[in-house]
Design a protein around this ligand. Structure first.
Ligand code: ATP
Length: 359
């Protein structure tokens, strides 16, 4: 039995159905990320788990008990928001101890817990400061400490890093993950940032227009995206659209040149037009040897990105981007050159046919 069991969850605001169907089983201690573009409904799912929104349909069970009828303060969840939602007129210590005070815990216990939390977020010296005296990163650490201080069963994080600058964002993201692992706290994290999702999560739920597109580990989502939406949202640049020559044998034609996928073309029919995804790092310049795919085309763009040089090769309708490392001893190839590129048979991933149309 999973720790958190969400079944058939839906939410409409008037005629606007923002969560069409959401089903998810979360194990105790898992770090789950809801990833998707702005407006896809991820915050609404989180707010339904927190108790700030009432579902239009479906159930949310935590530890075997239905919680969707309970008020937020009866659910045993801790939440951190995007904007620093600290109480401005309270010190850091008062902010962190707030939930415990409401729960009428004795003051010595509150003091001890606050001290422990401040050490945990590596800010032991700021107990008496007010939020306006803290940097953005410090405020979010305090917000995290406040959420965890009450020892919630689930931690809900709604884009807690998005207002911070890039460097702090990366270091705080690592800290959150380490802390989450140490405490073993079940966590739902909302973000539109694929790098955050890939680097922090045990599993990712990719959402688009109120629907779940795919659920999987970062490894699965990145390497084996099921839909074009997932593929493009998590960073695959290359799509090869062509005709299925022989589905059983994995033979596929791209602008008249044949490639083979060892992943198979299950569900596709011969003669049908389909799309395969191919990651840039799987593609190299030069013709492939035995058991690899090769395609010949012309370089139409060379972008010097510093340590990496990105090269775009056009076949006819289709293009493929690939990355080569900068080598000061050897200038990169030039635009207009005819080249052959190669990639493995296991690197082509058939995308599902019906793309969900954004509402
Ligand atoms: P973002 O990252 O921008 O917060 P999101 O994926 O978290 O996006 P939601 O905040 O869940 O998306 O919003 C989904 C849709 O529901 C949006 O179109 C939004 O305008 C709408 N919505 C959210 N809350 C309400 C509300 N209280 N009343 C009416 N519409 C709402």
């Amino acid at each position: 039995m999973s720790f958190l069991e969400i079944t058939g969850l839906q939410k409409s605001f008037g005629a606007n159905q923002v969560v069409k169907r959401f089903d998810l089983s979360v194990q105790k201690g898992e770090f789950i990320t809801l990833l998707g573009p702005s407006g896809c409904g991820k915050t609404t799912v989180l707010r339904m788990v927190a108790g700030f929104e009432t579902p239009s349909a479906g159930s949310i069970r935590m530890d075997g008990k239905e919680i969707s009828g309970l008020a937020p303060n009866q659910r045993n969840v801790g939440m951190v928001f995007q904007a620093y939602a600290l109480f401005p007129n309270m010190t850091v210590a008062e902010n962190i101890g707030f939930g415990l005070k409401i729960a009428k815990k004795p003051q010595p216990e509150i003091d001890a817990r606050v001290k422990q939390m401040l050490e945990m977020i590596k800010l032991p010296q700021i107990a008496d400061r007010y939020p306006f005296q803290l940097s953005g990163g410090q405020q979010q650490r305090v917000a995290l400490a406040r959420a965890i201080a009450v020892r919630p069963k689930i931690l809900l994080l709604d884009e807690p890093l998005s207002a911070l600058d890039a460097k702090i964002r990366v270091s705080l993201r690592d800290e959150i993950r380490v802390l989450q692992q140490e405490l073993g706290i079940t966590t739902l994290f909302v973000t539109h940032d694929q790098e955050e999702a890939l680097s922090m999560s045990d599993r990712i739920v990719v959402m688009s227009a109120g629907q779940m597109e795919q659920v999987g580990t970062p490894f699965e989502i990145y390497n084996f995206p099921k839909t074009r939406f997932v593929s493009s949202f998590v960073g695959t640049l290359n799509f090869l659209t062509g005709k299925v020559v022989d589905a059983a044998a994995g033979r596929f034609s791209v602008d008249g040149q044949e490639v083979i996928t060892s992943r198979g073309l299950q569900g596709a029919s011969n003669g049908e037009t389909r799309t395969l995804a191919l990651r840039p790092e799987a593609v190299v310049l030069g013709s492939g040897g035995e058991g690899r795919n090769s395609l010949t085309g012309r370089i139409e763009l060379v972008s010097f990105l510093g340590s990496i040089v990105r090269i775009r090769v056009r076949f006819n309708e289709n293009v493929v981007s690939l990355d080569t490392f900068n080598n000061p001893g050897a200038p990169p190839p030039q635009m207009g050159e005819d080249v052959t590129v190669s990639f493995g048979r296991g690197d082509l991933q058939l995308l599902e046919e019906a793309e969900k149309v954004a509402a």
